[in-house]
Design a protein around this ligand. Sequence first.
Ligand code: GDP
Length: 172
Amino acid sequence: MSAAKSSTYDHLIKLLLIGDSGVGKSCLLMRFSDDSFTPSFITTIGIGKRIKLQIWDTAGQERFRTITTAYYRGAMGILLAYDVTDERSFNNVRNWVRNIEQNATQGVDLILVGNKCDMTDKKVISKEQGQELAEELGIKFLETSAKANLNVDEAFFTLARDIKKRLIDNQA
Ligand code: GDP
């Protein structure tokens, strides 16, 4: 699935959603696609440039633990998600990072996202654990809830802004 954010644009940014099956990748994308297309998107990210985000969901490929090189091709940013109620998905983050390092373009921007933070009673991975891992990996971190619409736009926009800084501002 991909979500186009504007019809005409100066730059196209390809983002990927990665993480274990069931962590909420499709829901994060659906939430972002539904709510966030406002003119402020362009001013926040673009500043004089219109940027289109093309976001790719794995469509279930990750169940086989093999994300193909083709899926990674051209990706400028990756939103790597785990589920705060599922320890296994958290422990697998390092495996996904390895997979990314082996397949994605070098220097691709990453953000780590601990999704389902609305499920406070079932939570097994603390915010601090997420932060620590992200720090160790040298990437940004946010807890999100696709269900409660917490930090979803922030996660995608943070990633998009970092990419814009790295790729587009540096070209100018
Ligand atoms: P994917 O396999 O990573 O794409 O995961 P899905 O988006 O299909 O979500 C898997 C399940 O988790 C579904 O039953 C969703 O309703 C549920 N889910 C996704 N995001 C959230 C969230 O933020 N909070 C809660 N409570 N459930 C969620």
